[in-house]
Every structure is written in structure tokens, then in C-alpha cells.
Design a protein. Structure first.
Length: 268
């Protein structure tokens, strides 16, 4: 659902969906502490969000004719070459095209399942590659990709510096995913903020002037407070519902042990 929701907006939904789902899964009480250690929850959540974003991004393409990625722009061009113009009337005027795309999504997911299940053993064997071999190869490809964007060694040096920064952040147990989301969304936030101020003639209340925008801000605040409220509520619950202490001098049961008065005084 996270990936599908982000796929409806003009953002890099696949990347943001994966990182957002990873952070949400990490905040879950049941398996959150295992995320980042190779648990299946930390792998399944980002991949599910990634796939959901790919499906969600088809909605603005088919309904409004708005491609939010390079891949969807190519799909839009392919449709237009065939004389098909995506838009609100696509479902009624060309239902075979619309439902054909929907059917192809189901077929693609089934084919992925059929192809990937027999190859699970092959993917698992990649884990047997020594890190001394795998990590340098990954770093090499990262530098090649960085250099190929602008053919500049400055970008390579910047990637090296940011790699060191990321290593320090990981050692400090800070969220690298949150930082990456900020890097991706930063330019978009700045551009849309300037456009909003221009439309609102410099009035900041423009951003909360409608129930929809105000509701989105409420959701943002709730998301920011999500990691703080549960901890405080759990702490308050422990203080109010903890077992009463026996002050009569007789031993009391505490967990699986019998507690004496001296132990009770020490725990107080």
C-alpha cells in the first residue's frame, strides 16, 4: 500500500516506496529489531513496496496521460505511436487497451513467480561469494556509474566522500535511508514550495488552505511522531499497570521467582 500510494505522485516512487517501507517495517514492534540483520521482513517489505509503486504509477498514466518516470514516458510514446491517447476516456473508448494492460500486469507477476521459484537456489548462492570479492566489485560499479553521468572525476570524489559519511552514519546508528529520501525529495520540495508561494502570492497559508492539504500535513505530523508516541504510551502503561509490591514482609511472587522483602526494597 505504501508503494502504490507513492506511485500516484510525481516522485521517484520505486525508490521512495522501498525506503519508506523499510523504515516502517523497522518501526514494527514484532520484528523491527531484526530488520537490517538479514531478516525476511526487511527484504520483503521494500520489494513489495517497489512492485506496488510500479503498479500505482500506471494509474496517472492511463487515467490522465501523465508519465512520472522515464519508463512510463516510453510506454506513453509507444501508445501514442499506435494511435492510443491515454486519458479519462481511455476506458470507454479503448477498453481492450486498458484491460489488456491490466491483464498484462497479472501475467507478468505470474511469470515472475514461475521464473524466480526455480532460480531461488541460484540467487542464494550469491550469498556464498566472499565479501572481500563482492564489495570491491560493487564499489567499482558504483564509481563507474557515478562517472558515466557527467564524465567527471569530481562526481567520483564526491561519491567517495559520501561513502565515508554513510559509513560514519551507520556506525552512529543513524538512518541512511531517511537521508537518501531527503536527498531525492529535497529538490522537488524546494521547487514545489516556490511554485506554491508564487501561486499563493507569498501567502504561506496557501499550503494549508484546503481540507486535503491540511489532512496531508496532519498525516505528516503523525508520521513524525509515530516513533515517539508508542514508547511514551508503553512507558506510561508499565507505570500504571505494574504489579503491586507487598509491604507486609511476606515473600511475594515476581515473575518466576519468589521475592523477599529485602529484594523488594532494593527494586524500589
Amino acid at each position: 500500500m505504501i508503494g502504490f500510494f507513492l506511485g500516484l505522485f510525481p516522485v521517484p516512487s520505486a525508490t521512495l516506496g522501498a525506503f519508506a517501507a523499510y523504515e516502517v517495517e523497522k518501526g514494527m514492534k514484532k520484528h523491527g529489531h531484526e530488520v537490517g540483520t538479514g531478516s525476511i521482513e526487511g527484504v520483503a517489505a521494500p520489494e513489495a513496496a517497489n512492485n506496488g509503486a510500479a503498479i500505482g504509477s500506471m494509474v496517472p498514466l492511463l487515467v490522465f496521460g501523465l508519465p512520472f518516470s522515464v519508463t512510463l514516458a516510453l510506454a506513453l510514446a509507444a501508445l501514442q505511436v499506435q494511435g492510443v491517447t491515454p486519458g479519462p476516456r481511455l476506458i470507454t473508448e479503448r477498453p481492450e487497451i486498458f484491460w489488456g494492460v491490466i491483464a498484462s500486469m497479472y501475467i507478468a507477476n505470474v511469470m515472475l513467480l514461475i521464473l524466480n521459484l526455480p532460480m531461488v537456489g541460484l540467487w542464494v548462492r550469491t550469498l556464498q561469494i566472499p565479501q572481500a570479492v563482492l564489495l570491491p566489485v560493487l564499489v567499482l560499479f558504483a564509481f563507474i556509474g557515478t562517472y558515466s553521468v557527467h564524465n567527471s572525476m569530481f562526481d567520483v570524489r564526491m561519491a567517495l566522500v559520501l561513502g565515508v559519511v554513510g559509513y560514519v552514519l551507520r556506525k552512529l546508528d543513524l538512518s541512511i535511508a531517511a537521508m537518501l529520501i531527503g536527498v531525492v525529495l529535497g529538490p522537488l520540495v524546494e521547487r514545489f514550495m516556490l511554485e506554491g508561494l508564487f501561486i499563493g502570492r507569498g501567502d504561506w497559508t496557501y499550503f494549508v488552505g484546503t481540507p486535503v492539504s491540511a489532512g496531508i500535513w496532519v498525516l505528516v505530523l503523525l508520521a513524525l511522531l509515530w516513533k515517539f508516541l508508542p514508547a511514551r504510551l508503553r512507558g506510561r502503561f508499565r507505570r500504571t499497570s505494574g504489579p503491586a509490591l507487598d509491604t507486609s514482609g511476606a515473600p511475594e511472587t515476581w515473575g518466576d521467582k519468589t521475592e523477599t522483602q529485602a529484594d523488594a526494597d532494593a527494586r524500589r
